[in-house]
Design a protein around this ligand. Structure first.
Ligand code: PMV
Length: 326
């Protein structure tokens, strides 16, 4: 394949890219242990620009190449030759909200580094973005990085849909597929409570090591499998029930939070379905609004102290800025 045929084509520096965020509908945490997950890329973006410079910097910070975990790891793994780069990054994705800000940054950064070194195809972009995020974070699945790299609705270890690629991990592989967008609008509300994904993942891993862990994991998998089928079939009633069941499971493994429960309660009158999204223990909830009640829902969530916003799926994953959308 020549550089021009890659999804991220060859381009000399300076190079700019953009990458969406993500929102998980079913299966967070359980996906780390091999269960299915459904997520979509959200229309909030990170934009990254890289150019040659006398020394390395990220947003004018000259220490980032040693200190910023994702930047340092991406340069070490994906920047052969190591000539100095000035990188700028701006994002509309709130940090620590469970909307994939780190995955979005990793994928956008790997894309500019790949473009400057001859181009990269999308499966390789997804694998490299996962490798960087995992190495910097220590734990986790490729759900976030593959969703932002691909765009649209994505399943990890799900059945049905079109197979996109396989992500290789040290302990297991993950199958990544695309499912049809049902055309729904979702509302996310950030609790304002920050949390660390790595800590939440490690706590759930410990919880799942208890005697009832395998049974819980099987139930997570059952709910996500049914949820993927319900979203693909446009069945909102089934999706709502399954979101409630998924939330119960997340509560059982200890990643809900009183602020998230308060937001879920506030949303209820205008919501068909709702649950936490992402690592939990803070972060955000995702709500499937009752049709026509989106504005009422946003008001209720804001009154309850959340930071609500309407999110739409981004059908396009990571791209270079200025190129035609692939
Ligand atoms: O909250 P986030 O965006 O870090 O979501 C992480 C999703 C988990 O399943 C909890 C971890 C993972 O790597 O899949």
């Amino acid at each position: 394949m020549s550089g021009e045929e890659y999804a991220i084509p060859s381009q000399p520096l300076p190079v700019s890219s953009r990458s969406p965020g993500k929102c998980i509908i079913f299966g967070e945490h359980a996906v780390v242990h091999g269960a299915p997950e459904l997520a979509f890329a959200v229309d909030l973006h990170t934009q990254v620009l890289a150019r040659s410079a006398p020394g390395f910097s990220l947003n004018a910070d000259p220490h980032a190449a040693e200190e910023h975990p994702y930047f340092r790891t991406a340069l070490a793994r994906r920047w052969v030759g190591g000539t100095p780069l000035e990188v700028r990054s701006t994002s509309r994705i709130p940090q620590g909200a469970g909307l994939g800000s780190s995955a979005s940054f990793c994928s956008a950064l790997v894309a500019v580094l790949g473009a400057a070194q001859g181009g990269v195809d999308r499966p390789a972009l997804a694998q490299a973005s996962y490798d960087v995020e995992k190495a910097a974070q220590g734990v986790g699945s490729p759900g976030d990085t593959s969703t932002v790299a691909a765009g649209g609705y994505i399943t990890i270890n799900g059945a049905g849909g079109d197979h996109l690629w396989t992500i290789r991990g040290s302990e297991r592989d993950w199958e990544v597929r695309r499912v049809a967008d049902p055309g729904w609008v979702w509302v996310v509300a950030h609790s304002g409570i920050p949390r660390a994904t790595g800590d939440a993942v490690r706590n759930v891993t410990q919880r799942l090591a208890q005697p009832d862990g395998p049974e819980l994991l099987a139930e997570f998998a059952r709910v996500a499998t049914a949820g993927i089928r319900a979203v693909a079939g446009g069945d909102r009633v089934a999706v709502a029930e399954l979101m409630a069941r998924n939330q119960e499971l997340l509560r059982t493994v200890g990643v809900s939070h009183p602020r998230l429960e308060a937001l879920l309660e506030a949303a209820a009158p205008a919501a068909e379905g709702a649950k936490l999204t992402g690592a939990g223990a803070g972060g955000s909830i995702v709500v499937l609004p009752k049709p026509g009640q989106e504005v009422d829902l946003v008001r209720r969530l804001a009154r309850a102290g959340g930071l609500p916003f309407v999110v739409r799926p981004s059908p396009v994953g990571t791209t270079l800025v200025g190129e035609p959308e692939l």
